[in-house]
Ligand binder design. Structure first.
Ligand code: ADP
Ligand code: MG
Length: 377
């Protein structure tokens, strides 16, 4: 059982700042995912928690004890890598039991632990095989078994599913969620894959260039992204983002850009005349066939089977709408679309989310949707 705390952790290599002032408090038993693009510092951060690298400044605490300078073996953590790192000449049983042998346990107690771990992971029938005789998924389960056998206080995993094909990756995701539920151990899991993060995490810490952009539940990051970076990183296809201006019209704030205007349901003067970035999720754009409303031009329609991605040209901007099939729209046609004011995200020039106080909002009319005039060029 382990609580992991990072206090203002920074890491530089020469003059390169790789981790910048990271603070993170991971609760005992939590499944925390460190998410971010390649090169943003995820592995570096995980290695510092493991004790394989030292922070340049800041502290790392395990169960309230400062372990910043403690060697890996004093941390009671187990690390699982993308590359499995199994011993090719040893059987599955010996690979799993390896950490116990180095701890000098008796043969019998090692055999018992190995057998219990193998049963948990469905590896019992493979105990006599060597890594070369296993599939990728089986090898990764052996690597997990080797991490589990010591019953560590926390698991640190660095992109453990990256070498698996899509189907196996999805199945192993489910297995890891189930394993976490059964063990109740802290998981700190690194990935660049937003689907892994969204499906497995209790909380996600999204990293960008060594800084934490936002920490929260998957729903919090998806529904109220604190920055343009978070908004654009989560979601496939990504959130539509384009520049606009906040204006006051008819007692209410609107956002305008060439060919586009939408009311915000805000009755205040704050942020008026500011240039902002508007964000609208593709699934929040609804195509409607109301006559007399304004239209956007349909550029292409991608059929995904259950849904369609409709690419729209709206003034100078390209927007994507994700709609259920069948739709009646076709490439080259014009269509009308609506977006609810609560589905419009706004960000300032620095990419930070704009918010309004509750008392600045117009009274909510339930189910109100606004038509967005979308003048095409
Ligand atoms: N030992 C090192 N020396 C110099 N630069 C490093 C070292 N380790 C990592 N880096 C740099 O730090 C950045 C973050 O790397 P890494 O933590 O591996 O990112 P991620 O795991 O998110 O892909 C990269 O730009 C990488 O080149
Ligand atoms: Mg990495």
């Amino acid at each position: 059982m382990s609580r992991i705390q990072l206090e203002s952790v920074s890491k530089t290599f020469g003059s390169t700042h790789v981790i910048r002032d990271v603070c993170l408090d991971i609760a005992d038993g939590e499944f925390m995912v460190l998410l971010g693009p390649s090169g943003c510092g995820k592995s570096t951060l995980l290695r510092m928690v493991a004790g394989l690298a030292q922070p340049t400044s800041g502290r790392i605490l395990l169960n309230n004890n400062d372990v910043t300078c403690a060697p890996p073996r004093q941390r009671d953590l187990a690390m699982v890598f993308q590359s499995y790192a199994l011993y090719p000449h040893l059987t599955v049983a010996k690979n799993i039991g390896f950490p116990l042998r180095t701890h000098g346990q008796s043969r019998r107690s090692i055999a018992e632990s190995v057998s219990k771990t193998a049963a948990t992971l469905g590896l019992t029938h493979l105990l006599g095989r060597r890594p070369a005789e296993l599939s990728g998924g089986q090898r990764q389960r052996v690597a997990l078994g080797r991490a589990m056998v010591r019953e560590p206080g926390a698991f640190l995993m660095d992109e453990p599913l990256s070498n698996l094909d899509a189907k196996l990756r999805s199945a192993t995701r489910t297995e890891l969620i189930e394993l976490h539920r059964r063990l109740g151990t802290t998981f700190l899991y690194v990935t660049h894959d937003q689907v892994e993060a969204m499906t497995m995490a209790m909380r996600i810490a999204l990293l960008n260039e060594g800084r934490i952009e936002q920490v929260g539940t998957p729903a919090e990051l998806y529904d109220t992204p604190r920055s343009v970076f978070v908004a654009g990183f989560l979601g496939a296809p990504p959130m539509n983002l384009f520049d606009a201006k906040v204006v006051r019209r008819g007692g209410e704030l609107h956002v305008d850009s060439p060919g586009f205007t939408a009311p915000l349901g805000i009755m205040s003067d704050s942020h008026v005349d500011r240039t902002v970035t508007v964000g609208i999720r593709p699934e929040r754009i609804r195509l409607v066939s109301a006559s007399g409303a304004s239209t956007a031009k349909v550029v292409t329609v991608e059929n995904l089977g259950s849904e369609e991605l409709v690419h729209l040209s709206v003034g100078p901007n390209s927007l994507c709408a994700r709609v259920t099939r069948p739709t009646s729209v076709q490439a080259g046609a014009h269509t009308t679309f609506i977006v609810d004011p609560s589905d419009i995200h706004l960000f300032d020039n620095d990419g930070r989310r704009l918010t309004w106080k509750d008392e600045e909002r117009a009274p909510v009319v339930s189910g109100r949707a606004v038509s967005i005039p979308a003048f095409t060029s």
